[in-house]
Design a protein around this ligand. Structure first.
Ligand code: FES
Length: 118
């Protein structure tokens, strides 16, 4: 150990001042901290699920938190299927939750370019 004491105010591992950001989630303003993931901001607002699955409408939110499972998908500024755990919150981001629709059945008529009304 060094005989000299380090100045704690110059310790680079200490967090610096934070910058608040406000995003909207389904039209509701939510405040977070610049650099925080969208998932972190959304969860801090009290939501634990923000997507439903196509089969069974099961709720989904943060699962892996590292960009692997795709459970945390949201729409950000009109772009679908953004992983909330991988996107940093920026001021004014517009986040909407997603509800997956079951894929429509593809018939031979649809494949031929005709609409399936059934
Ligand atoms: S929580 Fe798994 S990809 Fe985001």
């Amino acid at each position: 150990m060094s005989a000299r004491a380090a100045d704690p105010s110059r310790d680079p591992s200490r967090p610096g001042p934070t910058t608040p950001v406000t995003i909207t989630v389904d039209g509701e303003p939510v405040t977070g901290v610049l650099g925080q993931s969208l998932a972190g901001v959304v969860m801090a607002s009290g939501r634990t699920a923000w997507r439903t699955t196509a089969a069974g409408r099961a709720p989904r939110g943060l699962f892996c938190g590292i960009g692997v499972c795709f459970d945390c998908l949201v729409t950000v500024d009109g772009v679908r299927d953004v992983r909330a755990c991988q996107r940093r919150a920026v001021e004014g981001a517009v986040v909407t939750t997603q509800a997956e629709a079951l894929p429509t059945r593809v018939t031979s008529d649809v494949r031929a370019g005709e609409v399936d009304d059934a």
